[in-house]
Design a protein. Sequence first.
Length: 154
Amino acid sequence: MKIVRASYLVVWALLLIWFAGRDAPNFFNEVRRDPASTSAPDASMNYFLEAMLAVPRPVDRLNTMLAQLPRSYPIVFVSPKHDDDRRDFVYYAVCYLGWPRKVDRLDLDAHEQFHRADSKQAVIMFYETQPSIESPNRWTIGPNLIVIQPAEFK
């Protein structure tokens, strides 16, 4: 029984040495080529939002935009109606960054359009859909997110 246990441990030790010897050079080459960036509180959110909004540092852009608006203005997040985890992630990121603002969500079918009648003092965010509101006061945060300022914003 001791021989079986000893051979078992020897086999695992040899495998560990073989994997470490095989992969250590690749690991060190990757670290040298692309060192880890400095950590920031919004690093993980930026990483995912960059891919979804197709802009660098989208958290900074959203924070800068939201800082210009009074906290009393609610946000309406308008997006196409379909099951999509990316859309949910962007919506929840806007909720997180927009806090303490109220953030409503409106999912539209392909033939529906958003009408601003009840949302004159709201910030309207169009995600992956073209804005149905003509306004000279808009911010573009990449090709996938267009933000329309409130109608009464000065």
